[in-house]
Write a protein that binds this ligand. Structure first.
Ligand SMILES: [Fe+2]
Length: 314
């Protein structure tokens, strides 16, 4: 942080893990924030431009058709970090979704509840220009260029909303269990199953189109190296999605994925969330295979202590 005069700190820079503005908001306990656009430095904009320009030809080759239509309709500036207000002007009329700025990690129930309300918690920081390739945490390039183009598609948007409904059902189930030990065990398993489904679809999903294998997972669409690797490499196993496999399959986040699943369409994906809902009701998510992802205290609590209108759940 630099100081413009003796009293007024200047919080310039919205670089991931190095942004004083974000640290301040977190320290104040704020989760939902405004995007302080004037704090982006020229280095931040240059990082966006570098990410966008090298990714564009790979999107042309590997991204699914809905993504390509979506990125066109958002009219993103390849040279400047996007303003969320501008993104929302194009996005909201299409599906009712908005990108909503957050200061950091959003506990699982709150995250899914946002989706249910057609809001997408969006990171506003951007990775360092000298570390374009790998970032363990999301940044605005992952969230806006990787996720949001798909939110312009009706079937995909409806899928996210339905996933949010599922989180409400999970919270209802959680709160119906009186024995604390049984409650934690069951809720952990349900959250794990939901997180695995989200990971192998929304974050790392493939789609089989008539033109070949394409990508719709945002983790892949925002990774220059993995976007080509996931389609081309003989080291990647690609299978038609099977619910019983996905919810029991652990994953690791710090290397290219060796195992991916494909869907036929977003209507197919939507129907899978319906199936997941039925499985949750039938207790088939109560004892999924152990392993990653670990469910942290904040995620667990977010379901057990969730406040919501139970009448809104089927
Ligand atoms: Fe993501």
């Amino acid at each position: 942080m630099t100081t413009a005069n003796n009293d007024v700190p200047v919080l310039m820079g919205l670089t991931t893990t190095e942004a004083p503005f974000i640290e301040q908001r977190k320290a104040a306990g704020e989760l939902y924030i405004q995007q302080p656009y004037e704090l982006y430095t020229e280095e931040n904009h240059a990082a966006w431009a570098a990410l966008y320009s090298r990714m564009a030809p790979r999107w042309e080759r590997y991204a699914n058709q809905h993504f390509m239509r979506g990125i066109d309709s958002l009219c993103l500036d390849p040279r400047r970090v996007p303003r969320l207000d501008d993104v929302n002007k194009f996005l909201n009329p299409l599906t009712g979704f908005t990108a909503k700025a957050v200061a950091g990690y959003v506990p699982a129930f709150l995250f899914f509840d946002c989706l249910r309300n057609r809001a997408f918690p969006t990171t506003i920081t951007i990775r360092r220009g000298d570390k374009l390739d790998y970032l363990p945490e999301p940044d605005i390039f992952h969230d806006i260029a990787g996720h949001v183009p798909m939110h312009t598609d009706k079937a995909f948007a409806d899928t996210l909303v339905r996933f949010g409904d599922l989180a409400h059902l999970a919270a209802e189930i959680a709160q119906s269990i009186k024995d604390p030990e049984k409650q934690v065990k069951k809720v952990e398993s349900i959250i794990k199953a939901m997180a695995r489904f989200f990971w192998f679809t929304i974050e790392f999903g493939l789609m089989k189109e008539s033109s070949g294998m394409k990508v719709y997972g945002s983790g892949l669409l925002s990774s220059y190296g993995e976007l080509a690797h996931c389609v081309e490499s003989p080291d990647v196993q690609r299978f038609p999605i099977q619910l019983e496999w996905v919810i029991n399959q652990y994953f690791e986040i710090d290397h290219y994925q060796p195992l991916l699943f494909w869907v036929d369409s977003f209507d197919h994906l939507f129907s899978l969330v319906g199936e997941l809902e039925q499985w949750m009701k039938d207790g088939k998510l109560d004892n999924v295979s152990p392993g990653e992802p670990l469910v942290n205290e904040a995620d667990l609590k977010s379901f057990i202590a969730a406040e919501f209108d139970s009448k809104s759940v089927d």
